[in-house]
Design a protein around this ligand. Structure first.
Ligand code: B4P
Length: 193
């Protein structure tokens, strides 16, 4: 089983690159953002609780997303491996993920961290907001709040995995194909090892 984390600030290209990576490597895509948005669309109690955080650009409480990921892992026993997109976003989530994977006799192979400047992130997300219908992409203040949450709570997750020598930094600016090639090079090297 090959498990990877696609890491980076909001708007860094995690969702965009995940789509291509799952299709090339046959991994199961687990995006906490997508899972939360589908709960919101279904107007479930979990979705309604999550929406109030997401609309302000804040992270949803750890216990909610950890429970969602735990169920998703249990519901996919046949997967060849998982691509975690937008998870973990706090050290508590990273520790919980390690435990869940250990219980299944597997682990994270690599964390690929996309690097993009704040101004470029804001530009991309405002641009996506023109068509995505996502309420958290329309207001620049909410986008900046998401970036600030990333700096306060999420960037430390890279240090958590650095302790295990699992983090590779990838330049996330430039054309989507070139970034995809850089990601594939790192994955292929680990699959061949
Ligand atoms: P997510 O759904 O994870 O959203 P994101 O970080 O904004 O998106 P992503 O990074 O995938 O976007 P992409 O770059 O592909 O999270 C939304 C919210 O959910 C969070 O704020 C939080 O409230 C909550 N949440 C989710 N997971 C959570 C967790 N684990 N714990 C707590 N809360 C959680 O796309 C951005 C745009 O850039 C697109 O328009 C794309 O076309 C464009 N783009 C991509 N690559 C490009 C490139 N190379 N050049 C130019 N544009 C590019």
């Amino acid at each position: 089983m090959f498990n990877l984390i696609l890491f980076g600030p909001p708007g860094s290209g995690k969702g965009t690159q995940s789509e291509r990576l799952i299709s090339k490597y046959g991994l199961k895509h687990l995006s906490t953002g997508d899972l939360l948005r589908s709960e919101i669309a279904g107007q479930t109690p979990l979705g309604m609780a999550a929406k109030s955080f997401m609309d302000k650009g804040q992270l949803v409480p750890d216990e909610v997303v950890i429970e969602m990921i735990s169920s998703a892992l249990d519901n996919n026993p046949q997967a060849n491996g998982f691509l975690f997109d937008g998870f973990p976003r706090t050290n508590a989530q990273a520790e919980a993920l390690d435990k869940l994977l250990t219980q299944k006799g597997t682990e994270i192979a690599v964390v690929l961290a996309l690097e993009v400047s704040e101004n470029e992130l804001v530009k991309r997300l405002l641009n996506r907001g023109l068509t995505s219908g996502r309420s958290d992409d329309i207001d620049e203040n909410v986008i900046r709040a998401r970036y600030s949450e990333y700096q306060k709570k999420t960037s430390a997750v890279a240090d958590y995995y650095k302790n295990y020598n699992k983090v590779i930094h990838i330049k996330g600016e430039g054309d989507v194909d070139g970034i995809f090639e850089s990601l594939c090079k790192e994955i292929d090297a680990r699959l061949a090892a």
